[in-house]
Design a protein around this ligand. Structure first.
Ligand code: ADP
Ligand code: MG
Length: 664
């Protein structure tokens, strides 16, 4: 069978079903995936020297004949392998530790290449644990593991870089020719990109480091380019095929409505309101992503949009990820709009007791809104809160509940602090609104990373604060809601018992994902009404809860959270007028983790913290484990702003000259 780029890897010679399983873990399913499995660095073994000229301290490749090889045991009982290798100029002693199988692979008389560091061993100059390559097994590409820049790949149990090199070199020899150039030539030229085949070959086996970097740049460009192009193309389709319900803005009434709000809108909020109003008056339905830190005041903006829809005789639907949040929104919206005679309905269970509720001008709810039995009357606006919790499919389902030929306007809100660059790349098909200002009067939340030995002091300090101010505290245990099992619930419960002892003078509540909805609501209500002073919770409280009297946020095992998530947790406090605090505990000691967590002390801006996480942990970690509909990048990085900028420019140019994408 002839291998193609789409062939499963198991059909590649010397891979087979067992190795294919392992490769799957690395994300390599097809031959093409393996070709695109790029190294994260190269070992520099490019300096090839005759033995007589090597010096201790150098990293080199030597080439010669094996004179002897044997197993030995050191005085301290360690197993080691000793060899002597000679070329025309001199001989070299070589040792490996604890690799007895080597004497079965390397034989006297073999021509061999060795790469690694040359060092002193007692009084002798030796090579210790070098990479070896027996010359007779070399393929057409020449040496793969020595005498060059050698690719080092992300590995997994049973899959080494050395093995990957061999298989990838084989594919480069056999199927690379099938890779078709797909970037328009002028885009290649403007961006000084090497050809696709050249890139795929030299990203693995570059002659120079620069060649490797150029290859990687080309592949990263591709990845971002197609992502961005797809997204823009979807936008074009959306604009050409979707029709919005016609809306006019009741300007004077709207101004009056905004005027009577209990606070003045921030300039940012005003801008977003304008952006939304503009969108809603167009013939194409709005598709806007609305990003704002926790507490930045997104809800009132959504309420304004719903008011506008309602004045046009259209229904609005607001979907929240949890029942708690849905209920909170219901209360907030009711407070804002019921005085104008606009009533909201709450839908959180599958069974709806009063079907009339579905005719309310505003419907607020959870996933229950998606169920088949809920058919709406006349939906013109859909607002989704915390969109990263919902899959793309669910969003589509909701949208299809629009009226006849028309597609409702869609506003998606999130507090996930996505860096602007990332948002622009990933969501090029969406319009973007960002709240950067916080409502006035909000003070910074003083934040500390508490060293282990100060835990007891911290508890004492918290007690004192609560006593003196009458405020309340959250204590967060790091169990991710989606994966809460009985075992972890048990852990929370024992922590609960422990804390009851420590905070014996206070009443303690418990909230976790395994509670029944009623129990959850009950626990929250007790905290809201200040019956409980402390709420021990898993991160179910992460999003949106508004409890002004909560002044302390304590996070256990903070290292398990992304900074973005910690920032969201921190946003649960500091909503009232009393000074608020965030304390983080960690058992971790490594420098990067400490540095990462410490940045919470100085940075109080969500997107900026996300950037820090991006640079310290890499994009894979950026959004945590949650479903977010964001495809992970394989080669490019969201932190590469220049490349992202260049790609977007290229997409702009292409879309202008060829909006239907006939040429790509
Ligand atoms: P989020 O963006 O996290 O959803 P909310 O909409 O829950 O934030 O708003 C947080 C709090 O800030 C609410 O109590 C809200 O009433 C208040 N708020 C919103 N906008 C303003 C403003 N312009 N001035 C003062 N307070 C505001
Ligand atoms: Mg909110």
């Amino acid at each position: 069978m002839q291998l193609t780029l789409q062939s499963p890897v198991q059909y590649v010679p010397r891979i087979g079903p067992r190795m294919a399983k392992l490769l799957e873990k690395l994300g390599a399913i097809t031959v093409e995936d393996l070709l695109y499995y790029v190294p994260f660095r190269y070992d520099d073994f490019s300096l090839i020297l005759p033995i007589a000229r090597v010096r201790p301290g150098e990293t080199v490749t030597i080439s010669g004949t094996v004179i002897s090889i044997k197993n030995a045991i050191t005085k301290t009982g360690k197993k080691l392998q000793e060899a002597r290798v000679a070329d025309q100029t001199d001989t070299m002693n070589v040792i490996w530790f604890n690799q007895p199988f080597l004497t079965r692979i390397i034989h006297e008389g073999d021509t061999i290449r060795l790469a690694g560091k040359v060092d002193w061993f007692g009084h002798k100059v030796i090579m210790s644990s070098p990479v070896y390559e027996i010359t007779k097994t070399e393929g057409s590409r020449g040496s793969l593991h020595t005498g060059r820049f050698v690719p080092i790949y992300p590995e997994t149990e049973g899959v080494t870089s050395k093995w990957l090199r061999g298989r990838i070199a084989y594919l480069l020899d056999t199927v690379l020719q099938q890779a078709r150039e797909h970037l328009p030539i002028d885009i290649q030229q403007t961006n000084r990109l090497v050809s696709l085949r050249e890139a795929l070959a030299s990203v693995h086996f570059p002659k120079t480091l620069d060649e490797g970097a150029q290859a990687k740049k080309r592949l990263a460009f591709d990845e971002l380019f197609w992502l961005c192009l797809r997204s823009r193309h979807q936008r074009t389709l959306w604009e050409q095929t979707k029709h919005a319900p016609p809306i006019t803005i009741p300007k004077e009434d709207l101004a009056a409505f905004i005027q009577q709000l209990p606070f003045e809108l921030t300039n940012d909020q005003k801008t977003v309101v304008n952006e939304i109003c503009n969108d809603m008056t167009r013939a194409t339905p709005m598709n806007r992503l609305f990003i704002g830190d926790v507490g930045s005041g997104k809800t009132v903006v959504a309420a304004i949009a719903m008011y506008v829809a309602c004045r046009n005789g259209l229904q609005s639907v607001l979907m929240a990820p949890t029942q708690i949040l849905a209920e909170q929104h219901y209360q907030t919206i009711t407070k804002l709009l019921s005085q104008l005679g606009i009533n909201a309905g709450l839908v959180t269970g599958i069974r709806i007791k009063n079907a009339g509720i579905l005719h309310s001008p505003i419907l607020i709810g959870t996933h229950a809104l998606l169920s088949k039995s809920t058919t709406f009357k006349n939906v013109g606006l859909i607002v989704i809160d915390e969109q990263h919790r919902f899959g793309v499919e669910q969003r589509k389902l909701l949208q299809e509940k629009g009226k006849g030929e028309q597609t409702p306007h869609l506003l998606t809100m999130t507090a996930t602090p996505i860096p602007r660059t990332v948002a622009r790349t990933m969501f090029g098909n969406l319009d973007l609104s960002i709240l950067t200002q916080m409502p006035t009067g909000r003070t910074k939340i003083k934040t500390w990373l508490v060293p282990k030995e100060k835990r007891e002091n911290a508890y004492a300090w918290i007690k004192k604060q609560l006593r003196e101010t009458g405020g309340q505290a959250f204590i967060i245990c790091p169990l991710i809601e989606e994966s809460e099992t009985l075992a972890t619930v048990k852990a929370v419960k024992s922590e609960y018992e422990r804390l009851k002892g420590i905070f014996s003078e206070f009443s303690l509540g418990l909230l976790h994902g395994r509670l029944k909805p009623k129990e959850k609501a009950g626990a929250l209500e007790r905290f809201r009404t200040q019956k409980d002073a402390i709420l021990l919770a898993t991160p179910v409280v992460e999003v949106g809860i508004d409890i002004p009297n909560a002044i302390i946020m304590l996070v256990e095992a903070a290292e398990r959270f992304g900074l973005a998530q910690l920032h969201q947790l921190r946003g649960r406090v500091g909503r009232g007028s009393i000074a608020s605090f965030c304390l983080m505990f960690t058992e971790a000691e490594d420098e990067i983790t400490i540095k990462r967590l410490k940045s919470m002390e100085t940075i109080h801006n969500g997107p900026q913290l996300a950037e820090v996480d991006l640079s310290l942990r890499g994009p894979g970690e950026l959004f945590g484990s949650k479903q977010h509909g964001i495809p992970p990048l394989r080669i490019a990085s969201f932190s590469d702003k220049t490349l992202i900028h260049d790609t977007q420019k290229a997409v702009d140019t292409l879309m202008q000259s060829d909006p239907l994408l006939a040429t790509v």
